[in-house]
Design a protein around this ligand. Structure first.
Ligand code: FBP
Length: 284
């Protein structure tokens, strides 16, 4: 029922497509890097209002952000409690567990959100933490959303989003029992040199973004699990919409876009989110 709530909410309700606002960047990247471009975004209420006014499917954030708005916005939009977090003052590729399933229930959330970093030195601990939390969340009727971001000493920046690696990470999230899998938009496959050191997959077509998205969707049980793609650093509207069109064409279930939404003034963010929703409503 909680997964259905997310899917039925907002302007994309009932289409099987989703747009979600994630605001954990204050934790992950720091407050000024995240919110100085649009200082209104320092206020947790701003993000609830943005997600509600834009007619999004859900709003995802760490404990403090959800607690700060829970009393005012209770029941207004499905929330996803991000239960682990990293920060930019750390050198390790790890995440601390920062909230619990009982927090999610107390705050009326529809889901928990959890990041794994496949390929990091801590990947197995993270997967085991997810196993425990997902079991508890599912027993309480909550959905499980997994941010699956390959990262670690074997991978350089290009390797983190290479579509073969990205598909592998998405598949592991599906195997770990995620209902919704969140990955970054996939880029070119690993170069042969890098692949020799890391992992060699059977190369499949990845000539354009829509084809790469299709491979990620296949890797998420051929569309039996939902897969959404993050927005990344702030970029121009045209570039973001081109990406969204490719996600839609490749059969992705939607976008989970933070910085590209909350780092621009609210009226511009609302226009961008409306344009994204129109893409997802159109025939792919
Ligand atoms: P953005 O749309 O701002 O990229 O948000 C997506 C997201 O997954 C956030 O939830 C998270 O804070 C951030 O990206 C993490 O990105 P990275 O780990 O690459 O710094």
């Amino acid at each position: 029922a909680n997964l259905a709530r997310i899917l039925m909410e907002g302007k994309l309700g009932g289409t099987g497509r989703m747009v979600i606002l994630p605001v954990d960047q204050g934790f992950e990247h720091g407050p000024a890097r995240s919110f100085a471009p649009n200082p209104a975004a320092y206020d947790p209420h701003y993000h609830f209002e943005l997600a509600i006014e834009a007619g999004l499917n859900a709003y995802a954030a760490p404990l403090g952000m959800i607690e700060a708005g829970a009393a005012t916005f209770a029941g207004s939009i499905p929330t996803i409690l991000k239960v682990n977090s990293s920060n930019s003052l750390s050198t390790t590729k790890d995440q601390a567990v920062t909230a619990t399933v009982s927090d999610a229930l107390r705050l009326g959330c529809s889901a928990i959100g959890f990041t794994i970093y496949p390929s990091s030195e801590y990947q197995f601990e993270m997967m085991e933490e997810l196993r425990e939390l997902a079991e508890e969340a599912k027993a309480a009727g909550l959905a499980v959303v997994v941010w699956s971001y390959p990262r670690g000493p074997m991978l350089d920046k290009t390797g983190e989003t290479a579509y073969d690696i990205c598909a592998y990470a998405a598949h592991m999230a599906a195997l770990l029992g995620a209902h919704i899998i969140k990955v970054k938009p996939p880029t070119d496959a690993l170069s042969l040199d890098a692949a020799k050191k890391v992992y060699i997959d059977r190369k499949i077509d990845g000539s354009d973004l829509a084809t790469r998205i299709k491979h990620i969707v296949q890797s998420c049980f051929n569309g039996r699990r939902l897969v959404v793609f993050s927005g990344g650093e702030a970029k121009g509207t045209d570039a973001l919409l081109a990406e969204v069109k490719a996600i839609h064409a490749g059969g992705g279930n939607g976008s989970i876009v933070g910085r590209n939404a909350f780092q621009r003034p609210k009226d511009e963010a609302l226009k961008l989110l409306a344009a994204m929703i129109e893409v997802y409503k159109s025939k792919p």
